[in-house]
Design a protein around this ligand. Structure first.
Ligand code: GLU
Length: 489
């Protein structure tokens, strides 16, 4: 494919949403796949809801996810500017052309009139649409009202009894009847164009080849297609990707998990895990494999394998993926992600000392197989530093171990009393000695200690956990264990 140009065109009215990030990703991947251009522009015509902070958040989130743009806001390019509010002259020229050709007209109807019309239509059981009152207004009347300072909107004259056919790359052939569409506003009374109009001019002048966006825009597409036709422009290819639903099949909302990219960043997710997860919201790879980094996505992704049925947002799947990526991540990068969480939890200082860094590294390595996000790391550490609980799951084994476990723990306590601090090495040496002195070894020895100290038969390396708990907590847990064993027998 040649001249492949795709875009992400968010409205900066809030943080980058999971759904927006997925649209951006699909556009990004296809641009890269075909050696094309990925551009980012801001659709900021909603003056009340747009903000610089939202724009920053969106750009930061895109960069964090690894979607740098080749052209667009901040970096410029041949088809700028890339913010709609800086492109008003482009829209004005086009609207003047439509007005001059009689394809659009001024509408002076007041809100009250329009409300009344809608109410009456609803009462008759009709779908409300603009009845076209100002369509036939004479030039003289128009000019007189404009001269009086009235501020009309501009409406597009929708052709009657026509079909608008969209050959959507995901949904196939979709047909709309123009009779269901009333003459819609393209420029508001303050002179600012509406999305459906500005987006067409942008996509045309920026030479966009493919538009991939959420299904919620499908009903906008005939309105845009009519404008392409009226202005004599060639249309890009459209692909509308399905909605994202929660597990209960209702529209994705905060109830199903955080909805903004930044929230996942803060909770300690890796960008590559989120990218992988987003790609699977709608796209399904050919084989069983589910781990796809950006490079593999670019190689394997095709729109043919994007489903038109809704994608289900499964937070457990994201956690699983994140865990997989955490396990594959190199120690230095792991530390980079873990440290802010350890600092936030007060486990290491704001400006960690060398010793704290070494501790953080050890802890992160020791616990990485047992967390699904870095946000869980301090919680897990605090769990090990808190009270131990002996649940039903270990009671049978404890009964079986019986006196053996008591002997082992009594020996551990004796030795711990004499130690100042526990290190991984001193812990291992201690167990060796106990084995020699008591003659208890293998599973009997290791399970006794592990269950006594953690209440579980499995978990992170015990020598590392010993350091995480520290000498005092080890002592307390050991004593608690002996008391518990007395009650058990
Ligand atoms: N500004 C629109 C949105 O954020 C973009 C729609 C489009 O991609 O055409 O939903």
């Amino acid at each position: 494919m040649e001249n492949v140009r795709l875009r992400f065109a968010p409205s900066p009215t809030g943080p980058l949403h999971i759904g927006g990030a997925r649209s951006a990703l699909f556009n990004y991947i296809l641009a890269k796949k075909y050696g094309g251009t990925f551009l980012v522009r801001m659709e900021d015509t909603d003056l009340e809801r747009s903000s610089a902070a939202s724009e920053e958040n969106i750009k930061e989130s895109l960069k964090w996810l690894g979607m740098d743009w080749d052209e667009g806001v901040d970096i410029g390019g041949d088809y700028g500017p890339y913010r709609q509010m800086e492109r008003l002259d482009i829209y004005e020229e086009a609207v003047n052309k439509l007005l001059a050709e009689g394809k659009a007209y001024y509408c002076f109807c007041s809100e009250e009139e329009l409300d009344k019309e809608r109410e009456e239509q609803s009462a008759r059981g009709e779908t409300p649409k603009y009845g076209g009152k100002c369509r036939e207004m004479t030039k003289e009347e128009q000019e007189a009202r404009l001269a009086r300072g009235e501020k009309p909107v501009v409406r597009f004259k929708v052709p009657e009894h026509e079909e608008v056919v969209i050959d959507d790359l995901v949904r196939g052939r979709v047909v709309f009847e123009t009779d269901g569409i009333g003459d819609y506003i393209i420029v508001k009374s303050d002179g600012i164009p509406v999305y459906n109009f500005a987006v067409v001019l942008d996509d045309v002048t920026m030479k966009i080849s493919h538009i991939i966006r959420g299904e919620e825009h499908l009903s906008n597409t005939p309105r845009q297609v009519l404008l392409y036709d009226a202005l004599g422009y060639e249309k890009p290819q459209f692909a509308h990707i399905s909605l994202i639903l929660g597990k209960d099949r209702s529209k994705m909302s905060k109830r199903h998990g955080s909805t903004s990219v930044v929230a996942y960043r803060e909770q300690g997710y890796l960008p590559e895990a989120l990218v992988n997860f987003l790609a699977l919201l709608g796209w399904s790879p050919e084989g069983e494999e589910e781990i796809f980094d950006m490079e593999r996505l670019i190689a394997d992704f095709t729109l043919e394998r994007v489903s038109k049925s809704p994608a289900v947002f499964d937070l457990d799947k994201l956690k699983w993926l994140n865990g997989m990526y955490i396990r594959k991540t190199a120690p230095e990068r792991l530390l980079e992600f873990a440290l802010p969480h350890l600092i936030n939890a007060g486990l290491v200082g704001e400006e960690p000392t060398e010793e704290e860094i070494a501790w953080a590294q050890m802890v992160t390595e020791a616990l990485k197989n047992h967390i699904s996000s870095f946000g869980e790391l301090p919680l897990l550490i605090k769990e090990y530093q808190g009270q131990v609980v002996y649940g039903d799951g270990v009671l049978d084994e404890l009964r079986e171990l019986g006196d053996t476990a008591v002997t082992v723990m009594t020996a551990v306590l004796e030795k711990l009393e004499k130690m100042e601090a526990v290190t991984s090495e001193s812990y291992k040496a201690m167990l060796k000695e106990i084995k020699k002195e008591t003659g208890i070894g293998g599973k009997n020895l290791f399970h006794s200690v592990r269950i006594a100290k953690t209440g579980s038969t499995e978990g992170p390396d015990m020598d590392k956990l010993a350091v995480i708990m520290g000498r005092d907590r080890m002592l307390e847990r050991g004593q608690a264990f002996l008391t518990f064993m007395k009650e058990l027998s």
